[in-house]
Design a protein. Structure first.
Length: 114
């Protein structure tokens, strides 16, 4: 990882000051809201997927690790594949009712979309 450090400093002007220490800005993740205050929407999507259907869970607010954990739980209970990124969980297939029941049993405030 130390060899890749120069990539984060592209576009930074070189300093001749021997005491200069470049610090990369750290982005803070948003704290994960409790399940009861999450407003999740369970919908189906067919766009740009070659005609295949996927179930989307949108509206998750929180850390990426918590999103991944929820996605893993949904994928395991549904027995299918999927992914989680950018606040969305993608579950393969039309499993809106099953995903909605799982989320409601976990205490999430979820409703069915289209």
């Amino acid at each position: 990882m130390a060899q890749q450090d120069w990539k984060s400093r592209l576009g930074v002007v070189f300093s001749t000051n021997p005491d200069f220490n470049y610090e990369t800005p750290q982005e803070e993740e948003e704290a994960t809201l409790p399940p009861a205050s999450q407003k999740l929407i369970v919908a189906i999507d067919r766009r740009n997927r070659g005609g295949k259907q996927v179930t989307l869970v949108k509206g998750f607010r929180g850390a990426a690790a918590d999103l991944e954990a929820l996605a893993k739980k949904l994928k395991t209970k549904c027995g299918v594949g999927g992914s989680a990124k950018e606040g969305e969980i993608v579950i393969q297939g039309d499993l809106r009712d099953k995903v909605l029941n799982i989320l409601l049993s976990e205490g999430y405030n979820a409703k069915r979309g289209n």
